[in-house]
Design a protein around this ligand. Structure first.
Ligand SMILES: CC(C)(COP(=O)(O)OP(=O)(O)OC[C@H]1O[C@@H](n2cnc3c(N)ncnc32)[C@H](O)[C@@H]1OP(=O)(O)O)[C@@H](O)C(=O)NCCC(=O)NCCS
Length: 174
């Protein structure tokens, strides 16, 4: 990957915002663009309905984010929902990172990293699953932000734990 020293003009004004109902269509279009890489299929009425429902639920959580330019062009999104099972088991809010993506032309300028930092700043436990078929840098990015990986048969599970991070900063190195 080649990184430009100076981000192009269009990157400078990319702003991270909480996703709202009015963004649902734009998020859907962006998700369609990156679906093959996740990978997820949106190739039947049933899947379309299910994805649309997921986007709605994630936006309703009020913790999902979009990245957009000053002209309203969407650069990317992170869809978050509350993990109800984990919440029930631990009696604490747990965020589940359902889908995330950055449109091709906006990639490799740290936009996803900026969005992830915003999610981490909520300071809740975060879980995410990444398919072993995913060929992007998502695993490196999550690990680089302190997510712990658990390998399963067809996917990787990632967990970010606030307590773990506190331990990291407070424990003096030997
Ligand atoms: C994975 C994905 C979200 C990454 O988005 P991105 O915005 O390109 O990611 P970032 O730019 O934040 O990080 C990519 C690289 O740019 C680097 N970077 C960070 N800040 C930067 C900056 N200011 N300028 C240039 N590069 C920067 C990152 O360190 C990273 O490099 P590394 O992999 O060598 O560590 C994107 O490839 C994508 O949409 N993939 C398809 C969908 C998908 O797979 N989603 C994940 C599963 S749901």
């Amino acid at each position: 990957m080649t990184r430009s020293a100076e981000p192009p003009e269009s990157m400078k004004d990319v702003e991270i915002k909480t996703a709202k109902l009015i963004h649902i269509n734009a998020i859907f279009q962006a998700l369609q663009e990156v679906a093959n890489e996740i990978p997820t299929r949106i190739d039947s009425e049933q899947r379309l309905a299910s994805i649309t429902e997921t986007i709605r639920n994630c936006v309703a959580s009020n913790h999902s984010l979009i990245a957009c330019t000053s002209t309203g062009e969407i650069a990317g999104f992170i869809l978050i929902t509350f993990d109800e099972v984990e919440k029930f088991l631990r009696n604490k809010p747990v965020l589940e990172l359902r889908y995330g993506g950055i449109i091709n032309k906006f990639r490799n300028h740290g936009i996803f990293a900026r969005m992830l930092q915003r999610v981490i700043a909520y300071n809740y436990k975060i879980t995410a699953e990444v398919s072993k078929l995913n060929q992007t840098k998502i695993r490196n990015i999550l690990s680089g932000h302190g997510f712990i990986t658990h390998e399963e048969k067809i996917k990787y599970k990632f967990i970010w734990n606030p307590q773990q991070q506190e331990g990291k900063t407070t424990t003096p190195s030997p």
